[in-house]
Each structure stands twice: as C-alpha cells, then as structure tokens.
Design a protein around this ligand. Structure first.
Ligand SMILES: C[C@@](CO)(OP(=O)(O)O)[C@H](O)COP(=O)(O)OP(=O)(O)OC[C@H]1O[C@@H](n2ccc(N)nc2=O)[C@H](O)[C@@H]1O
Ligand SMILES: Nc1ncnc2c1ncn2[C@@H]1O[C@H](COP(=O)(O)OP(=O)(O)O)[C@@H](O)[C@H]1O
Length: 317
C-alpha cells in the first residue's frame, strides 16, 4: 500500500488581535534597558491578518501591506512579520522563503501592539506553511525574542504579563467588554515613552514594589471585576503607569480623556505607551455614543469601536 503525503498548503491565512493594557505597572529600568512590568493584557477584536504564500527556493521573504495606516509600516527586514518568518526559519534550520501579505486592522504605533500581532500571526502562518508543526509553547519562546508583546498576541483573551510583559498567566473573565479607541494619525515611539517615564519617576512607578513580588495586590479589584464581568468595577480599576509620560509628550490627549469621561465612559486610559486612548463603555450602544462624542468634539483622528476579550493568533479557513 502506498501512502501519499499531503502537499503543503499553497497559502495560510492567520489573524491575531490587538490589545489594551487594563493595568500597566512599571518598575525601574534594568541594565538591559528594559523595565520590569506587571500588566493585565486584554485582546480586543481589532485584528491583523497575515497571509503567507509559498515562494520559490531562494526567494527569501517579501512583504506587502494594506489596510488603514498601511503607508506607515516598513516593507523591509525591520517589519516584525518579516523578522518572525526569519526567526522561525532559523529556529528549525530552513531557508525563509515566503511571501507575506499583511492587512492592518490595529492602529500603527498606537500602543495596541499591531506589529506584535503581525509577528504572532506570521509565526503561526509560516509554521503551517512550512509544516514545521511547533508546539505553541515553542512558538511562544520564539515570540518573546521578537518583542515583549508578541507572546500575548499568540495567546490572546486576558492574561497577566510579568518580566518584560512576556511571561503570561491567563486570567479568568466573564462576558464581553465594550471598548472605544480614539486613534491618532501620528504614533508615539514606545522607547520614547519609557524614556520620559524614567525622567518623570526616577526609580519606577507603582510597579517598583511589585518587581520582586508580583502578587498583584494592587489589582485585586480589577481581577474581581473581570471574573464578575462587571464593567463598572473594571472601569474604576483601569490603571496605566505610562499615562503621565504619554500625556507629557502629547498634552492634547488630556482633552480626549476628558471628553470620554463627559460622555459617561466607565473608565478611560491611554492604551500601553499611547497615543491611542481607550474608553470602556456600558454597552455596544453606549460605545457608539462615546465614539460619536469623540468625533463631534474632534478629539481623535479616527474612532474605532470593538469588544474584548478576543482570541489569540489563529488560522482562518
Ligand atoms: C508598552 C507596551 C505595554 O504592553 O506596549 P505598547 O505600548 O508598545 O503596545 C509594551 O511593554 C511594549 O512592548 P513592545 O512594543 O513589544 O516592546 P519591545 O519591542 O520589546 O521593546 C521596545 C522598547 O521598549 C522599551 N521597553 C519595552 C518593554 C519593557 N518591558 N520595557 C521597556 O523598556 C525598551 O526601550 C525597548 O527597547
Ligand atoms: N508589522 C508592523 N506593523 C506595524 N508597525 C511595525 C511593523 N513592523 C515594524 N513596525 C514598526 O514598529 C513601530 C510600532 O509598531 P506597533 O506595533 O504598530 O505599535 P506599538 O508598539 O505602539 O503597539 C511602528 O512605528 C513601525 O515602525
């Protein structure tokens, strides 16, 4: 009897989510230039889509990008999806021959980890395309080498992140939370925001005490709110140690936060290193109302409504 091996797929399409940090507590900068974090990530239903297609031997990696803000994404070896394909190929001893197509659905340089989602999606897509079949945990350790936020884009849902944000423990949640994001055309550089944080705090923010003991005492209320599916309690517990640094680089975001509060948002904060501002709404209807107020007040370049938690990187049919 002859067994015919299935041909490798000609292309694989994977989507991975953006995120908001429900809580982001930052310790003092370490010798390696990174800050220890205790953060609670939530994946939201704004997705990056990556299609990986077979390329002829020796073709190497190529990349094309479309979607909102695609013109702000690098098309060379500095693209995180490109780096992900190379890192996986290197890990398994293959040549990285692949054509990658990215459709952006997450703001670029907005503190929502769109590039990290591209990297996570590219890892999953190339793993399927090249039939390397690595376990998720192994993809996770390659992901951590690409960027602090990449492991979470693989995992999705809601999780506590420690270390550089790359060591993850899933968190229990109930129900759906409704989010509105005020997106700015001009992004903020993550290292610049951490740098301003260093200038403003000299010794770390509220995360300083948690570095040796990330017991999350500070976020007990937030974790309870997630378990109860209580958006009012969650809104009251949102926290971001990088917010003052982002606001000092972009003072106009203060007004964006105020407008959302006046529109009845249950909680507002800068997403990650910004400049995107997140508002938690009572319902989908209320999210649309907050979005309309932001737009009417000219408090954002664009306004995106969505919900969380959302699943991590997964292959589409
Ligand atoms: C702030 C956060 C919060 O989730 O998200 P974003 O706002 O970028 O989405 C992350 O910590 C960003 O993670 P990511 O964007 O993957 O950062 P990386 O590529 O690992 O690092 C870029 C730079 O950010 C700074 N960095 C990053 C992570 C960390 N724990 N400490 C740091 O100081 C360092 O200056 C580093 O050189
Ligand atoms: N695939 C990618 N998508 C977006 N930006 C990328 C990508 N690869 C590299 N970059 C670079 O990383 C920077 C920040 O990326 P992004 O993940 O969008 O934002 P943030 O780190 O604020 O969450 C961009 O300004 C861009 O120069």
């Amino acid at each position: 009897m002859t067994h015919l091996a299935a041909a490798p797929p000609p292309s694989v399409r994977v989507r991975a989510p953006g995120k908001v940090n429900l809580s982001l507590r930052v310790g003092p900068v370490q010798d390696d230039g990174y800050h220890p974090l205790v953060t609670i990530f939530q994946a939201v239903a704004l997705y990056e889509e990556v299609t990986a297609r077979q390329a002829p031997g020796g073709a190497g990696v190529s990349i094309a990008v479309d979607g909102p803000q695609a013109d702000r994404v690098p098309l060379d070896g500095s693209n995180l999806a490109w780096r992900a394909a190379e890192a996986l190929a290197d890990h398994v001893g293959l040549e990285p021959d692949v054509a990658l197509h990215l459709t952006k659905g997450v703001p670029v340089a907005g503190g929502m980890a769109g590039g990290s989602a591209d990297a996570a999606a590219a890892l999953v897509a190339c793993d399927a395309l090249w039939e390397t079949g690595l376990p998720r945990a192994e993809l996770g350790s390659i992901a951590a080498g690409l960027g602090s936020d990449v492991p979470f884009a693989l995992l999705g849902h809601t999780a506590v992140g420690t270390g550089r944000g790359h060591l993850l423990t899933p968190a229990m949640t109930r129900g759906e939370f409704h989010w509105v994001f005020a997106v700015q055309d001009e992004g903020l550089s993550t290292p610049a925001v951490f740098g301003r944080f260093d200038e403003l705090t000299a010794g770390g923010g509220s995360g300083a005490a948690l570095v040796d003991d990330p017991g999350l005492a500070e976020d007990t209320g937030l974790m309870q709110a997630l378990r109860a599916g209580d958006p009012h309690a969650l809104g009251a517990a949102l926290h971001n140690d990088l917010q003052d640094a982002a606001l000092s680089l972009r003072p106009e975001l203060e007004r964006t936060l105020d407008v959302a509060r006046e529109a009845g948002a249950l909680g507002t904060l800068v997403s990650g290193s910004g400049p995107t501002v997140a508002a938690l709404a009572r319902s989908r209807q209320h999210a649309l109302a907050v979005a309309a107020t932001w737009t009417a007040e000219g408090a954002a370049d664009s306004v995106w409504c969505t919900s969380g938690p959302a699943s991590g990187a997964r292959t589409l049919p």
